[in-house]
Design a protein. Sequence first.
Length: 355
Amino acid sequence: MATGTKRQKAAARRVGEQADDGHLTHRPLARLGELLPRSRGANEGAARRVRSAEGNGEALARGLGWFSIGLGLAEVAAPRAIAKIVGVRGGDDNNLLIRALGLREMAHGVAILTRRRPAAAVWSRVAGDAIDLACLGAAYASPDSDKRRVTFATVNVLAVAALDVLCARQLSARGDDGGEWAGARLTNSLVINRAPEELYQRWRDFESLPAFMHHLESVRVTGEARSHWVAKAPAGASVEWDAEITEDRPGELIAWRSLEGADVYNAGLVRFEPAAGNRGTIVTVEIKYDPPGGLIGADIAKLFGEDPSQQVKADLRRFKQLVETGEVVVSDATLRGTGLTEQRPAQPAGGEGGR
């Protein structure tokens, strides 16, 4: 019992240190479990392992997709240079083969980045690796090849093939081909100095959400558990969808999903958990969505300042301001169309990591 008490006090101190400035920086739910009492440790430890495997598989798939596109472009644009690097003679036949392999690589990359469930596309990369190794084997047997360069290229292909197999196994193990989510997802958390019940009631009033959600134009309740949403999109466009509540636990959690016909499929939840030591409430938002153009579309949107992760962070900060002070802070120097500021504090030059 004494050991358990010490652990709980240590957890309370860690939450207290974070709550002094009211902010927990972009932590997934499983990570938040480390700050809560140890009585929940077993379940949250399992959740942490599952989420870690899912996140690793998605991040690796995205990296492999961009790698495929980059390699494919190089093979198509400069087959003679690729032939020299690999250690084979740059004749017309070899140049034609290298360009064909480049087109295949680009197709793999686009498939991985645009599919909601990319496990099959990653497995196709594994098959492509086998073809590459067969070609390198034939090159090694040729008397005109540079054996050292061919060997070096073979070692590199084997290393990439190992990553392909690892990624494909991770995605397949979680059921990526059967219905698990493989689109974009994000998680953000914030400590707010109010009781969970009060924050739940404020968030449950969906029609008032645009007051602090900068990207929302309007929300209209259409039924007991259904509502219609209109949100801003890049280039001045807008998207609409109907949503339904899938789980509603007063004072604890609200979960939702969009209905068929949505411009952008999305689902998620907001959780309200008491912070240790009566230091307010940890509000955590989890969202998964299917961006237009798949994961590649999400990356392009970030280039134009439309990063949903940053938007959710800003929304949570404005929500905190609204419930704690009664108003959203507005800066005359940074007024936007709605009169709301972009709530983005200073960050390191390398940017802030995220999902």
